[in-house]
Write a protein that binds this ligand. Structure first.
Ligand SMILES: Nc1nc2c(c(=O)[nH]1)N=C([C@H](O)[C@H](O)COP(=O)(O)OP(=O)(O)OP(=O)(O)O)CN2
Ligand SMILES: [Zn+2]
Length: 115
């Protein structure tokens, strides 16, 4: 079974080698989906408590990216590289992590499932 939770963060960035407008400093309201795959614990009825999941995601990702300048952490801050960075932050604490989805705009999304 797969569980999914949605998060948001606001951040600024520029893509220094982009041939178009994205080389200029600008911001996005990023949407992040975190997906875990696992079995349901018969005692709790849950794969993981959504609250416990949020503690990890907020501490490891949202608090580091929200209202930040992404290039400080991810120099070439494409949605692809942001996805890899988020995966590396979460996977050690969330072994059941199976997929993340990073929406840079409502119609631009990267899906990452690890290496
Ligand atoms: N593969 C990728 N392509 C682009 C990325 C990226 O991360 N990965 N990023 C950008 C820019 O950062 C930019 O944020 C894209 O936003 P925007 O141009 O507003 O989005 P649209 O493609 O929807 O542009 P519209 O002009 O609104 O159609 C560019 N490419
Ligand atoms: Zn952008």
């Amino acid at each position: 079974m797969i569980l999914r939770k949605e998060y948001w963060f606001e951040a600024a960035h520029f893509i220094y080698n982009h041939p178009g407008k994205c080389r200029n400093l600008h911001g996005h309201s990023y949407k992040l989906f975190v997906l875990l795959e696992g079995t349901v614990n018969p005692e709790t009825g849950m794969i993981i408590d959504f609250d416990d999941l949020s503690k990890v995601v907020v501490e490891q990702v949202i608090s580091k990216l929200d209202h930040r300048f992404l290039n400080d952490l991810i120099p070439l801050s494409t949605a692809e590289n942001i996805s890899v960075w988020i995966w590396e932050q979460l996977k050690p604490a969330l072994p059941q992590l199976c997929q993340i989805e990073v929406y840079e705009t409502s119609d631009n999304c990267v899906i990452y499932r690890g290496a």
